[in-house]
Design a protein around this ligand. Structure first.
Ligand SMILES: Cc1cc2nc3c(=O)[nH]c(=O)nc-3n(C[C@H](O)[C@H](O)[C@H](O)COP(=O)(O)O)c2cc1C
Length: 344
């Protein structure tokens, strides 16, 4: 009897295939469908710090119009408590912020009511902001766990690696102070010393690291002479970068690993679990092939386990990680040699 059950961040998942955060995890209907198609858990679309700031700015930008609209709402307060204009703006700004946050909180509660798989909320943090306060409300809204999506592009020539990387530690410290649900950190790979930093991050009390987020990248439209978006979706060929690092880091971290980027089929999911991933997250594969791709990946893992006589995921997880290899240097090889690449 094959058992795909996986314990991830203290949550019991029926299988290790998670629908990663994307535009597809942004509606209740989609979340229901993802659960029906067999996802082990779902990560909701992130709420973005910039989104909150944007909503706030939008409200303040149409200030005159809003003041008319809002006048009646806070007129009595303004009169009663002699609020001045700046305070009125503060009031509006807080309202906009609350409004955006509340929509997300409602979404979490509804998602939780709609499915019986774990629902992981996601926050995209670009600073420590006051996520600490909001994180607690996410927990109260019913999220089973919280994924912090932090991606610092080291583009500022005045900042060194240490400064860029401190933000990850600051965000975790602040959020962890205020929540008891498991916290996961989703990162990119721009670190001054990737292994060392990831190991340090794994020992901050987080339950899992998502390796790796795939950045939005700019492109240039040479006809329109404007900046466009490059390859929004990953291709199946992109899994190898994640595979290398999952293999190198597995068994060395103080938390679990969710593999992400380029996982489009059962074979790649199995490779990542063999390298040491506890779960895999899929996003682009769902855009490209539809939600039924989850069933195919889960079914493919089950078939492979059957053929290879594995009864549970634990029996083969990490079997091919660097720590368990006779020749661990294969994970670290970066130059082509005929012996390894089989090509001259
Ligand atoms: C259209 C789109 C929207 C995404 N939105 C989010 C998001 O809100 N938060 C997040 O953490 N990741 C987001 N991602 C990143 C995915 O979760 C995932 O990490 C990345 O696409 C690599 O995985 P994949 O190869 O399976 O697509 C998004 C990806 C896509 C394609």
């Amino acid at each position: 009897m094959i058992n795909l059950k996986t314990n991830f961040m203290g949550l019991e998942l029926k299988n290790p295939v998670i629908a990663g955060s994307s535009g597809l995890t942004n509606t209740i209907d989609n979340i229901r469908q993802l659960a029906e198609h067999g996802a082990g858990a779902v990560v909701l679309k992130s709420i973005f710090e910039e989104q909150i700031r944007f909503e706030t700015d939008k409200l303040l930008a149409s200030e005159n119009e809003n003041i008319v609209r809002w006048k009646s709402a806070f007129e009595s307060i303004v009169e009663k408590r002699s609020y001045d204009y700046a305070e009125a703006l503060d009031y509006m700004s807080n309202y906009a912020r609350e409004h955006t946050l509340n929509d997300y909180l409602k979404f979490i509660s509804e998602a939780k009511k709609s499915v019986d798989i774990p629902v992981i909320a996601s926050i995209n943090c670009i600073s420590a902001y006051d996520w600490s306060f909001f994180a607690r409300r996410i927990q109260e809204a019913g999220a089973d766990a919280l994924e912090l999506n932090v991606y610092v592009l080291p583009s500022n020539p005045l900042k060194d690696g240490q400064e860029n990387e401190q933000i990850y530690f600051d965000v975790i410290r602040e959020v962890k102070k205020h929540v008891s649900v498991p916290v996961s950190l989703k990162i990119g790979y721009y670190f001054s010393g990737l292994s060392k930093k990831v190991i340090e991050l794994s020992n901050t009390g987080i339950s899992s690291l998502v390796l790796f987020n795939r950045p939005y990248s700019p492109d240039i439209d040479i006809e329109k002479m404007e900046i466009s978006s490059a390859n929004i979706l990953s291709t199946p060929a992109e899994y190898s970068h994640t595979l290398r690092w999952v293999g190198i880091l597995s068994g060395r971290l103080g938390c679990q690993i969710a593999a992400s980027t380029g996982i489009h089929d059962a074979e790649t999911a199995i490779r990542n679990i063999l390298a040491g991933a506890d779960v895999v997250q899929v996003a682009s594969a769902l855009y490209r092939n539809g939600f039924s791709q989850i069933e195919k990946i889960v079914g493919g893992i089950e078939n492979w386990m059957n053929t290879h006589h594995y009864a549970s995921i634990d029996q083969f997880r990490g079997k091919m990680s660097q720590k368990n290899m006779e020749n661990p240097s294969v994970f670290e090889r970066v130059q082509f040699m005929k012996l390894y690449s089989k090509i001259e």
